[in-house]
Design a protein around this ligand. Structure first.
Ligand SMILES: Cc1cc2nc3c(=O)[nH]c(=O)nc-3n(C[C@H](O)[C@H](O)[C@H](O)COP(=O)(O)OP(=O)(O)OC[C@H]3O[C@@H](n4cnc5c(N)ncnc54)[C@H](O)[C@@H]3O)c2cc1C
Ligand SMILES: *[C@@H]1O[C@H](CO)[C@@H](O)[C@H](O)[C@H]1NC(C)=O
Ligand SMILES: *[C@@H]1O[C@H](CO)[C@@H](O)[C@H](O)[C@H]1NC(C)=O
Ligand SMILES: *[C@@H]1O[C@H](CO)[C@@H](O)[C@H](O)[C@H]1NC(C)=O
Ligand SMILES: *[C@@H]1O[C@H](CO)[C@@H](O)[C@H](O)[C@H]1NC(C)=O
Ligand SMILES: *[C@@H]1O[C@H](CO)[C@@H](O)[C@H](O)[C@H]1NC(C)=O
Length: 466
């Protein structure tokens, strides 16, 4: 035998070994009893939507297992606990819409609610964080009926993207142009910087994404204290802690899906802290952001690959910083001094805002490119130093960082061309395809709307699993 021949013989043996292994990983008999998990439904992702689905299935008596990458439930709901005082600070999800869906979920999980206050009282100071200029006479615009009149034109965006065909051209206009076309200058600030956690280049976003996320529910949350609720102990993670305690036996934490076969029911190979498990279920419920990075292990076919590859999210970060030397009674708000509608250029911090922990500030940071924790924190230190120059506060203080959250991919979106080409009807057509259901933030963003949409979908999912 020539060496070349030898090599190819080895190659075939390797191929055989590889294909035998690929076959084996979905073979139930290759797993010990404790590593084989058989349920009606597998949920992947234990944030707002996945946890809501788990409680719903539990209460329905439908068996499930939930796979979560982190060591906790709650996803973008993140809560810091001050080690010395025990005070809790929500630095991700702040508030929930005061509707029956939210109240019932808090009540189901035994968490008392209260009206929302965004941290302790503080007086806003408007500063251009880039140039370090104080803007003493800046007055932020408030939301007017001019915006509501436009919003009311598109009720089909309130709960998702059930779009008419063709999609109205106005909805594809960059938001800055929409503001100009419909003279929304008075509401410009409130629809951009002034709304909850807005990511991305706010004046360039297609109008469709502004109306979908800054929808009647979100507008209502911003209107008055009775319209937005929080956990009464300022610990929005409490619902997720209680859900975990109740459902623990059916939740795999610190676990990720490494391979999937959804051709006949659902089989997922999951890496867990105690080794690989095979999950065998009838239906798969996805409470994750279905971007390709997350979806590749699920064994996508060409149709799924082509649709999901169009989705992108924005980089968005949150953190808590102490020992800043800044004034505890001041909300430092970033304003573009000479940008269009005073919207700051990216990347930028939205604000530094005092929390219920003395001396601690919350910040949110929006970027166009993925940014590391070290980069965000060094930008925070540089910005805080600029604020000292203006405010005359204690510049010798060295900031210390208490918490950090990476929210990439936030606010999933596709290009305007893809919207025109029917992305959203294609995406809806994937519901149930290959026994797979999409419940995470994609059609709506806010927690109460995700919960409502999940509640609306569960009967269909349960029926498909029976
Ligand atoms: C800073 C900030 C503030 C916000 N404020 C509010 C607010 O006040 N009110 C409001 O209603 N909404 C708010 N939101 C929106 C909020 O993100 C949504 O309401 C909600 O948390 C999204 O829920 P979800 O279940 O879709 O995703 P997430 O909460 O992100 O949950 C996804 C879960 O899936 C897990 N996961 C991801 N990928 C994988 C994988 N490959 N394998 C396994 N697990 C995976 C994650 O670890 C996470 O636990 C805010 C968002 C941000 C970023
Ligand atoms: C998950 O991982 C974290 C961090 O490594 C660890 O502290 C925690 O105990 C783990 N939880 C489980 C259930 O494995
Ligand atoms: C929430 O809405 C209910 C019903 O409208 C109302 O009774 C309550 O005062 C509101 N606020 C809070 C904090 O529950
Ligand atoms: C300024 O901050 C430093 C470091 O935190 C501290 O030691 C000092 O006492 C502060 N000075 C004043 C005037 O507050
Ligand atoms: C829940 O969704 C249904 C169907 O889209 C809608 O009619 C209803 O108003 C929603 N309820 C809440 C509380 O948002
Ligand atoms: C479970 O959900 C299905 C589908 O909605 C419903 O028909 C059934 O009555 C529910 N069962 C219980 C015990 O709630």
């Amino acid at each position: 035998m020539s060496p070349v021949h030898n090599l190819s013989a080895w190659g075939s043996i390797l191929c055989l070994v590889a294909s035998a292994w690929a076959f084996d990983q979905f073979d139930e008999t290759s797993y010990t009893a404790e590593n084989l998990v058989k349920r009606d439904i597998v949920i992947v992702g234990g944030g707002a939507s996945g946890t809501y689905a788990a409680i719903g299935l539990h209460d329905n008596g439908t068996s499930f297992v939930l796979v979560e990458r982190n060591g906790r439930l709650g996803g973008q709901t993140e809560t810091y606990k001050d080690p010395s005082s025990g005070t809790t600070v929500d630095y991700g999800v702040q508030a929930y819409h005061n509707d029956s869906i939210s109240r019932d979920f808090f009540s189901r999980l035994d968490v008392p609610i209260a009206a929302f206050t965004f941290g302790p009282p503080s007086t806003p100071t408007y500063v251009d964080f880039t140039s370090g200029t104080l803007l003493p006479s800046f007055v932020p615009g408030s939301l007017g009926t001019d915006y509501i009149t436009q919003l009311d034109k598109y009720p089909y965006l309130d709960d998702g993207f059930l779009l008419p065909n063709p999609v109205p051209q106005d909805l594809l206009l960059p938001w800055g142009q929409y503001i100009e076309k419909y003279s929304l200058q008075d509401s410009a600030w409130a629809t951009t910087v002034g709304r909850p956690a807005p990511p991305g280049p706010l004046l360039e976003l297609p109008a469709i994404y502004v109306f979908n996320s800054f929808n009647p529910v979100e507008v209502s949350e911003g209107e008055g204290r009775d319209n937005a609720i929080v956990s009464a102990s300022n610990d929005n993670s409490a619902i997720y802690v209680n859900a975990l305690a109740e459902l623990e036996a059916d939740i795999l934490l610190n676990s990720t899906v490494i391979a999937g076969d959804r051709s006949n029911g659902v089989k997922l190979v999951v890496a867990t802290p105690t080794g690989n498990k095979l999950i065998v279920a009838k239906q798969l419920v996805l409470g994750i952001h279905p971007v390709l990075d997350n979806m590749n292990p699920f064994g996508l076919d060409a149709r799924e690959q082509s649709i999901l590859s169009k989705l992108n999210g924005y980089p968005y970060y949150a953190g808590l910083v102490s020992n800043t030397g800044l004034s505890d009674a001041t909300l430092y708000q970033n304003v573009g001094a000479d940008t269009e509608y005073n919207v700051p250029n990216l990347p930028c911090f939205s604000f530094f805002k005092p929390t219920f922990v003395q001396g601690q500030f919350l910040y949110w940071y929006s970027a166009l490119q993925p940014t590391t924790q070290a980069q965000v924190e060094s930008a925070a230190t540089a910005t805080i130093n600029k604020l000292h120059m203006i405010a005359g506060t204690n510049v010798t203080a060295v900031p210390t960082f208490d918490a950090f959250a990476n929210h990439l991919p936030f606010h999933l979106h596709v290009s305007t061309q893809d919207i025109t080409d029917g992305f959203y009807s294609d995406m809806y057509s994937l519901q149930g395809y290959h026994n797979t259901w999409y419940i995470g933030a994609l059609f709506v963003i806010g927690s109460s709307q995700l919960w409502n949409n999940t509640a609306n979908m569960l009967p269909q999912i349960i029926a498909a699993a029976s």
